[in-house]
Write a protein that binds this ligand. Structure first.
Ligand SMILES: NC(=O)C1=CN([C@@H]2O[C@H](COP(=O)(O)OP(=O)(O)OC[C@H]3O[C@@H](n4cnc5c(N)ncnc54)[C@H](O)[C@@H]3O)[C@@H](O)[C@H]2O)C=CC1
Ligand SMILES: O=C(O)[C@@H]1CCC=N1
Length: 275
């Protein structure tokens, strides 16, 4: 890291924490400066064994070690987890608080943790595990440039980062990029099923689907062309792709994506009210 690594504690050792911590360690973040807590031991044992990070079942204990606390529990549990931290950790205002939870607004965390906290909201995604994450970030106005540079570098280590203007934008980024891997996996699984339906075994069908997805994503990143133009390059006039694309368009794939993203944004907004 260019920025001085800080002691960082993750509260909750679920899918997202495992992805981020795995990616951070792989990108060179010192594992002896990472703490992770979780109520049940199985995930902690795996993290301690594979990544050599510090673990505990006690949230307050890991928080006390940390300069940076990452809240990584489900939104439904956030109020209770924060209430316990507030009771047990005296100097929360001196620490940088990062949350990766969908929906819940910074203002709400001030109720949960105290009015004087400084906070960054990050909306990551699970490909962070393989260093290909996409994380959106937004900070309150108490967060310093140093804090922002540090957290940007930490999440750049597990993929790409994008600072957004406000929390409304973060809800949208979450609905596109946070949830996005699920949309792509759903689509890839459906292509796999189509190939299996025509006689391929699952393994071969998966191999061709995942390599094609990887190739398409890498081409999109490498190219200056619009995505629509990349699609056209594959679609020879009178050829087979044109027939396949006609089917997607008949089901109005744009509307499917539009509806999906709007539904996910709406749920983020609901969670902001609920928790
Ligand atoms: N999974 C994803 O793709 C993404 C998730 N997020 C956010 O990340 C957060 C975590 O999501 P996941 O990792 O998917 O959930 P998860 O359910 O896999 O992980 C949550 C973890 O918290 C632990 N936990 C439960 N009660 C706890 C407590 N009192 N103290 C400490 N840990 C406790 C659970 O045992 C579990 O290991 C959520 O708020 C979600 O909105 C954000 C972006 C992407
Ligand atoms: O489904 C969720 O609520 C979280 C946020 C983005 C991905 N997973």
């Amino acid at each position: 890291m260019t920025n001085q690594p800080r002691n960082i504690a993750f509260i909750g050792a679920g899918n997202m924490t495992q992805s981020i911590v795995g990616g951070m360690v792989a990108s060179g973040y010192p594992s002896n400066q990472i703490w992770v807590s979780n109520p049940s031991p199985a995930k902690l044992e795996k993290l301690a064994h594979e990544l050599n990070v510090h673990t505990s079942h006690d949230n307050a204990e890991v928080a006390k070690h940390a300069d940076v606390i990452v809240l990584a529990v489900k939104p439904q549990l956030m109020a209770d987890v924060c209430a316990a931290l507030r009771n047990e950790v005296a100097d929360l205002a001196d620490k940088l608080i990062v949350t990766i939870a969908a929906g819940i607004r910074i203002e709400k965390y001030r109720d949960y943790l105290g009015a004087n906290i400084r906070m960054i909201r990050v909306m990551p995604n699970t490909p962070s595990l393989v260093g290909k994450g996409m994380s959106g970030l937004v900070a309150d106005d108490r967060v310093s440039d140093d804090d922002k540079a540090y957290i940007t570098e930490a999440f750049d280590g597990v993929g790409a980062t994008l600072w957004v203007a406000d929390e409304d934008e973060l809800d949208i980024l979450g609905a596109v990029a946070g949830s996005g891997p699920a949309y792509f996996f759903e689509f890839m699984a459906s292509l796999q099923k189509a190939a299996v339906g025509l006689g391929f075994d699952r393994e071969k069908a998966r191999a061709m689907v995942q390599q094609t997805a990887l190739g398409a994503a890498e081409m999109a990143i490498a190219s200056d062309l619009e995505l629509e133009d990349l699609r056209k390059q594959v679609t020879s006039k009178g050829g087979s792709t044109a027939k396949g694309i006609e089917q997607y368009q008949a089901y109005d794939i744009d509307k499917i994506s539009d509806d999906a993203v709007k539904a996910a944004v709406q749920r983020n907004q609901e969670m902001a009210k609920l928790f």
